[in-house]
Design a binder for this molecule. Structure first.
Ligand SMILES: [Zn+2]
Length: 71
């Protein structure tokens, strides 16, 4: 009888996951289309106490919106 000798799953990393740092500016903005992190702000608009930023990817040129609470 053949035994399935598939490799065992690697040991889980004992270190706890690092929590996301809370920053006002969403520093972790990554282009959803190409993964590029170079997203300069195209324009900023304030609306109902929120800041809406439109960023344009420098790599693929796509735009995406981010919303931030105004404090
Ligand atoms: Zn992109």
């Amino acid at each position: 009888m053949k035994t399935d000798c598939s490799p065992k799953a690697p040991m889980p990393d004992p270190r706890p996951p690092v929590p996301e740092p809370r920053v006002e500016e969403p520093a972790g903005v990554v282009c959803r289309h190409c993964g590029c992190r170079d997203l300069p702000v195209y324009y900023t608009r304030r609306r109902n106490g929120r800041i809406i930023r439109v960023r344009e990817c420098r790599n693929c040129g796509r735009r995406m919106m981010t919303r931030e609470e105004e404090v």
